[in-house]
Design a protein around this ligand. Structure first.
Ligand code: GCB
Length: 762
C-alpha cells in the first residue's frame, strides 16, 4: 500500500553555484525548510535587482533494507523555474516547467543507509522556457511541498505527468444522468504478470455509497483501465451557491490486497458559453464576477503554505467572487481543491505569455506546460476553461505564433475534450483578428483609463468587439489600476495612484459588464498586489499595485468593498476614504459602500441623512465638516433588523496634506519627455523602399548593421538597459514598440526615424 511522507525539512541551501555538489556535501549552506524561495525579499522590491541564477539544495535520505524492496519516488511540488535532481551523484530527473509538480523515480539510485539527494534549481533566463518575460517576479526555489512516495510494485502510473494517475471524466448524457468514466493506467514494476482488479466506490457528502463498480485486470507492465458508470440524479456542483462534492475511491487490488488507491473529489456540473445568455452553469446563466490571483505573498515570495492559501480564499470569498483566473501559470493543487470546495469557477492557464520563444520556433515548452497543467489539474471540477496564452503578441505577431496557439488549442482539446479553451489578448489585437477564431472563448486585457484612453472607452471597445464578432463570447480577462492606499485626491486622475481613482475605474467596469449579456464577465487585475521585481511605481518598488488588497493582505483598499457591495450577500457597511483623514476642503462627499438598502448617516452624533437605495455605492454630497476632528458613522439595517455600523474620523485642516500626493521621481519625468530633444515639426510620411532598413525591421536586424544600429541608439539608447527591452530585442520592431505605452513613442517620430533608416541599404 502506498505511503506518502513529507520531505520538507533538513534541507541545506546555498547560492554558491558549484557543480561538485552533485556528489559532494555543501559546506557553506544554510538550513531551510520547504517551501522555500531565495527571492522572498529581493523579489518584492527589497533590493534593486533580484537574484536569478543556479542555487543548490541538499539533504541526506535514510533508506532501510525494507525500503529497498519498495518502489520509491520523489514528488516535488515545483522547482522555480528549472530543476535537476541528483541521487548519489547520478542525474535522476529534471523539470523545465516551473509551476508544475514533477516526480523522480529514486529506486535505481538508492542504497541502504544515507543517500545524498542534491537538487539544482535555476531561475535564470532560458530562451526556451516560459515565461521569458512578464510583469511578475520569477521567484527561484523549491517553493512547494515535497514528499517521498513509497509504493508497491503495482501502482497507478505516477509518471504520466498527471497527479493521481487516475482521471475522472463526467459527461451529462440525459436530463437526470451523468456518465462517470474512471480511466488511467496501472504499472506493474515486477517482472511477473499478475491478476488484479480495479474497484471504484462513489460516496456522497454524508459518506453514503451511491455507486460501486469493478473490473478484472491482467496486470502486465502497463494496464490501461476505464470503468464507465452512470450516476442518476446527482446533487449538482452548482458554483458558490451549492458546491456539492462526491468522492470517488479508486483502488487497484492484486492477490486480494489493495496495492494502491486514491480518494478524489468530484462535482457533477455542465458549463456552456453563449453570447445570448452568457456563461451557463448547469443550464443557468452566471455572470462571471471574477478576480485574478498571483500566488505570492509578502515576505515569503511564492513559497506559500496552506495557511496563506486559506487566507487568500477567505478574502476572495469575502468579496463574494464566483470565479477566479489563476494567473499566469499552474497554481498549487491545494488551491484548485479550495476552489472545488467553495464553488469558484476557475480559469487555469500556462505561462505562454508576452513573447514566444526566441530560440525554439515550435515553443515546445508551452506544450509541455499545458500537458502538465491539464493532466495534473484534470480532476478539479472547478476548472471550466484552459487558458493557452496571455498577451503573446505584445512584441511580435507572426504566423509562427498563430501556429503555436492553434497547436496548443488542439492539444488542450485532445487531452480534455470536455472543457472550454480561452486566450487573454492584449488590447491591440484587432477585433476581427484571426486569433479570435482559435479558442472557444476570448478574453481581452483592457486597461482603458490606465495605460491608454479613458475609463469610459471600455464600453465602446466591448460594443465594437460584439459588432465585429457577434458569435464569440467575450470575457474581460484583466482590468485594473495601480493604487497605493496612502495616496488620496478630491479630483482623482489617471496615474495618480489614489484609492479614489481605483474606485471610479472599477465602478465603471462593473456597470459596463452588468449591462452587457454578451460579456460573460470580468476578472479584476488583481485581487492582491504582487511581486514584480523590475517595477518602481506609485511610491513602491518591486510590486504591481493593482490589487484590491495589499501584498501583505493587511489593507483592503476601498475598491475591495465596492466589489463586496456588488457581489456579496453578507450584510455590511463600509465608509470609503478612511485613510484620507486630513481633509483640506470644508465640503466633502461621503462615500458608502454597502449591500444594505436602508442606511442612516451621522456626523458628530447628529443624523444628517437617511438613505434608501439599492445602489452598491451611495454618496452623501457636500457634507460640511467643522474644523478639527469629525466623526462619521453609518448604520445599516439588514433584512433581519440587525444593525451594521462603521465609523471613520476625518480631520478638517486648513492646508492640503501633501503626503497624499504621489510625486513622480525626477528620473521618471525625464523618461516621459525623452523625445523632446528631437525636431518633430515637419515629420512627413515617406514611401518606404524595399531593400533598405525601416521601423518594421526587428531591433536584432537593425543591430546587424552598424549604421542602422546607430540610428536606433540615437533615439532609443535610454531603453536599452531595461529588462523588457533586453528580452524582446530579438523579435520586436520600432513599429511594435510604438504600440506599447511603455515606450511612449509619439507617432510623428516614426516617419522621422524612417527617413534615416530607409537611407541605409540592407
Ligand atoms: C497585463 C498582464 C499582467 C500585468 C498587467 C499590468 O496585461 O497580463 O501580467 O501584470 O497587464 O498590471 O500591467
Amino acid at each position: 500500500m502506498v505511503q506518502i511522507m513529507p520531505l520538507n525539512d533538513h534541507w541545506i541551501f546555498t547560492k554558491t553555484n558549484n557543480p561538485t555538489y552533485v556528489f559532494e556535501s555543501i559546506q557553506d549552506g544554510q538550513s531551510v525548510t520547504l517551501p522555500h524561495s531565495w527571492n522572498d525579499t529581493d523579489g518584492q522590491g527589497g533590493s534593486e535587482k533580484y537574484f536569478r541564477g543556479q542555487c543548490w539544495y541538499q539533504r541526506i535520505l535514510d533508506i532501510s533494507h525494507e525500503d529497498l524492496t519498495k518502489r520509491i519516488y520523489l514528488e516535488i511540488g515545483a522547482a522555480g523555474n528549472m530543476g535537476h535532481v541528483y541521487v548519489n551523484g547520478n542525474m535522476a530527473g529534471e523539470s523545465r516547467c516551473g509551476y508544475a509538480m514533477f516526480r523522480v523515480p529514486l529506486t535505481p539510485y538508492l542504497k541502504e543507509g544515507g543517500n545524498l539527494i542534491t537538487i539544482m534549481v535555476d531561475n535564470g533566463y532560458d530562451s526556451t522556457v516560459f515565461p521569458l518575460m512578464a510583469d511578475f517576479t520569477f521567484y527561484g526555489g523549491l517553493y512547494r511541498e515535497m514528499s517521498l512516495l513509497v509504493m508497491d510494485e503495482v501502482h497507478f502510473d505516477l509518471m504520466d505527468n498527471g497527479r493521481d494517475g487516475v482521471y475522472l471524466t463526467q459527461r451529462k448524457i440525459s436530463p437526470e444522468t451523468f456518465e462517470l468514466d474512471v480511466h488511467g493506467q496501472i504499472v506493474n514494476e515486477s517482472s511477473v504478470l499478475k491478476e488484479g482488479s480495479l474497484q471504484i466506490q462513489v460516496r456522497d457528502e454524508a459518506g453514503k455509497t451511491v455507486l460501486e463498480a469493478s473490473s478484472e485486470l491482467a496486470l502486465g507492465n502497463e494496464a490501461k483501465f476505464s470503468i464507465k458508470s452512470e450516476v442518476a440524479n446527482p446533487i449538482l456542483w452548482d458554483g458558490v451557491d451549492q458546491p456539492y462534492l462526491y468522492t470517488v475511491e479508486v483502488s487497484v487490488l492484486s492477490e486480494g490486497q489493495v496495492c494502491d488507491s486514491r480518494i478524489i473529489a468530484i462535482g457533477f456540473r455542465t458549463v456552456e458559453a453563449t453570447t445570448e445568455q452568457g456563461l451557463l452553469l448547469n443550464g443557468k446563466p452566471v455572470k462571471i464576477n471574477g478576480v485574478c490571483r498571483h500566488q505570492d505573498f509578502a515576505g515569503v515570495g511564492n513559497a506559500i503554505t496552506k495557511t496563506h492559501m486559506d487566507e487568500d480564499m477567505a478574502l476572495i470569498r469575502e468579496i463574494g467572487a464566483n470565479s477566479l483566473r489563476l494567473a499566469h501559470y499552474q497554481h498549487d493543487d491545494y488551491f484548485y481543491s479550495l476552489c472545488d470546495r467553495y464553488g469558484l469557477l476557475v480559469w487555469a492557464e500556462i505561462p505562454f505569455i508576452s513573447i514566444p520563444s526566441t530560440k525554439d520556433p515550435e515553443n515546445h515548452n508551452a506544450e509541455e506546460q499545458l500537458e502538465k497543467l491539464i493532466k495534473q489539474a484534470y480532476n478539479h471540477c472547478s476548472i471550466y476553461c484552459w487558458g493557452i496564452q496571455n498577451e503573446i503578441t505584445i512584441a511580435v505577431e507572426t504566423e509562427q505564433t498563430y501556429k503555436t496557439i492553434r497547436k496548443l488549442e488542439v492539444l488542450a482539446k485532445h487531452l480534455d475534450p470536455n472543457r472550454l479553451t480561452v486566450q487573454a489578448n492584449i488590447n491591440g489585437v484587432e477585433n476581427n483578428s484571426i486569433i479570435n477564431s482559435f479558442t472557444d472563448l476570448i478574453g481581452y486585457n483592457l486597461y482603458y483609463g490606465w495605460y491608454y484612453g479613458e475609463i469610459k472607452d471600455l464600453q465602446d471597445r466591448l460594443d465594437e468587439f460584439h459588432r465585429a464578432q457577434p458569435k464569440i463570447p467575450i470575457i474581460v480577462s484583466e482590468y485594473g489600476v495601480d493604487t497605493n492606499p496612502k495616496y488620496h485626491s478630491y479630483t482623482p486622475q489617471v496615474q495618480d495612484y489614489t484609492e479614489e481613482y481605483q474606485l471610479l475605474f472599477h465602478q465603471n467596469a462593473l456597470e459596463t459588464f452588468d449591462k452587457r449579456t454578451f460579456v460573460l464577465g470580468g476578472y479584476v487585475w488583481n485581487m492582491f498586489d504582487f511581486g514584480s521585481a523590475n517595477r518602481n511605481e506609485g511610491g513602491e518598488t518591486g510590486k504591481n499595485l493593482k490589487g484590491l488588497v495589499t501584498i501583505d493582505r493587511k489593507i483592503k483598499k476601498d475598491a475591495f468593498y465596492l466589489y463586496k457591495a456588488y457581489w456579496s450577500k453578507n450584510p455590511f457597511v463600509h465608509l470609503a476614504g478612511r485613510r484620507f483623514v486630513n481633509r483640506h476642503q470644508e465640503h466633502n462627499d461621503i462615500v458608502i459602500l454597502s449591500n444594505l438598502h436602508h442606511l442612516k448617516v451621522y456626523l458628530n452624533q447628529t443624523l444628517i441623512t437617511e438613505i434608501n437605495s439599492r445602489e452598491p455605492m451611495k454618496i452623501v454630497k457636500d457634507v460640511s465638516l467643522i474644523a478639527g476632528e469629525n466623526c462619521v458613522i453609518v448604520e445599516g439595517t439588514d433584512e433581519y433588523g440587525v444593525i451594521h455600523t462603521e465609523e471613520i474620523v476625518l480631520h478638517h485642516a486648513a492646508e492640503i496634506d501633501r503626503n497624499y500626493i504621489h510625486v513622480k521621481p525626477e528620473k521618471e519625468k525625464n523618461v516621459v519627455n525623452w523625445f523632446e530633444k528631437f525636431d518633430l515639426s515637419n515629420a512627413e510620411t515617406i514611401e518606404l523602399r524595399d531593400g533598405y532598413f525601416s521601423t518594421f525591421d526587428t531591433i536584432e536586424d537593425l543591430y546587424s548593421n552598424e549604421e542602422a544600429k546607430a540610428v536606433f541608439l540615437k533615439y532609443f539608447e535610454h531603453v536599452t538597459n531595461n529588462p523588457f527591452f533586453e528580452v524582446t530585442k530579438d523579435v520586436i520592431s520600432i513599429e511594435k514598440m510604438a504600440q506599447l505605452t511603455f515606450y511612449n513613442i509619439p507617432p510623428e517620430l516614426i516617419p522621422v526615424i524612417n527617413k534615416e533608416l530607409n537611407a541605409i541599404q540592407k
